[in-house]
Design a protein around this ligand. Structure first.
Ligand SMILES: [Zn+2]
Ligand SMILES: [Zn+2]
Length: 135
């Protein structure tokens, strides 16, 4: 496990967490492309108990995926940075931290990539990360 911390671009929202660097992943799905405004999403998942906001209160957007399952997307209402996501439903949850907001992001290498079949055609092979066509 690795201790990390991060913040949105304007700094009003901050968090800290413990993550498993081996779980860091990329998602090329079309929802992630639209929600991030870029080619793919870079995420560090961690159990909710290992994640804590240290300042600020993010805004929320409820995304309903193709499977019908929902997830709440948390972002900064002031600067628009995407910070983390939490699935809807009961029971222990996994927080998906948007790894581009993690201060230690240069130390993180993705190990898996999902929805490779919708990756943009110019995205190179990412050899450090095992690829799956869907989830
Ligand atoms: Zn902000
Ligand atoms: Zn995705």
């Amino acid at each position: 496990m690795m201790k990390i911390d991060g913040q949105c671009h304007c700094g009003r929202i901050g968090y800290e967490a413990e993550i498993d660097p081996e779980q860091v992943r990329i998602c090329h799905c079309t929802d992630c492309q639209e929600l991030t405004g870029t080619a793919f999403r870079f995420t560090a998942p961690t159990p909710q108990a290992s994640f804590r906001l240290t300042r600020g209160q993010p805004a929320q957007y409820l995304r309903t995926g193709a499977s019908g399952r929902g997830s709440v997307q948390y972002f900064c209402r002031d600067c628009g940075s995407s910070l983390y996501t939490v699935p809807v439903g009961d029971g222990p949850k996994i927080v998906g931290i948007r790894a581009g907001t993690i201060r230690q992001r240069r130390e993180l290498t993705p190990r898996r990539q999902f929805w490779r079949r919708s990756a943009l055609p110019w995205v190179p092979e990412i050899t450090c990360a095992e690829a799956f066509d869907t989830q």
